[in-house]
Design a protein. Sequence first.
Length: 332
Amino acid sequence: MKKLLASTALVAGLYAMAGSAQAADCGDVSIAEMNWASAGVAAHVDKIILEKGYGCSVTLVTGDTMPTFTSMNEKGQPDVAPELWVNAVRTALDQAISEGRLIQAAPLLSDGGVEGWWIPKFLADAHPEIKTVQDALKQPKLFPAPEDPSKGAVTNCPSGWNCQVSTANLYRALGAEKAGFDLVDTGSAAGLDGSIANAFENKKGWLGYYWAPTAILGKYDMVRLSFGVPHEKAEWDKCTAIPDCPTPKVNSYPISDVFTVVTKNFAEKAGVAMTYVKTRQWDNQTVGKVLAWMDGNQGTNEDGARHFLKTYPDMWTKWVAPDVAEKVKAAL
């Protein structure tokens, strides 16, 4: 019996030593906290899980798509970009992966970054015949313009945003003006969000550009309409995304690939955590609900991360081993 106890103690000691070694191997990790909410929350989720679950020592650094990618590619820092919208750097990223500098891990947004023209779900439910943007443009009275309710409104992005260009070109390509619609500029991000909130508060129709994941789409149930055609990248690049393109055609917005990207050094020094970053992903609906909670509670990115971990354990515990999940839960 004493031999059995001694053997059990030895095995337990070996596991403990292995765990300590893994934690030591993880070491110092730097994570990019991008300057938009969904990526900021993801960075803090990673920080909590890597620190509490794997024993890493994590530092968050301010990031943005191009500067972060360039720094990772050329300097090997930061170690992790949790939410990199890779369409903007696809060619350079492919080269960095092929040359072994960077590693593309899980698609953080399982359904990708989504853009398009949307209508409220309560309106879509009341008018099931509206499946496409073209269907919506047949009924301008359902989407009254704020300045002239006798006309319909297509709500555009604020001036200076890339989506203002694409929306304006698609407005012309679809013949929306002839269909009785004005193109409405809300003036700012707050104005765009406010127009959607006002539509829901007053149960009025709304048609316009938006994207996911966002707090607004987490708070308000919207339906993205089809443009009735597939996305044509060549047409998008030469016309749809070009200001005042003289001959725009109807086109669909691309689905943006959004991946976690890590450096080769991270994969080598923090191998214990690589399974996590190769598995971890969430959907736009979940992210939207977390962002809506943050918006309603004036929460920080860290607050949003802790809210996610407390609210959605059925999701995130699948990303890690059971013992790691228990450590993280105990730390919340």
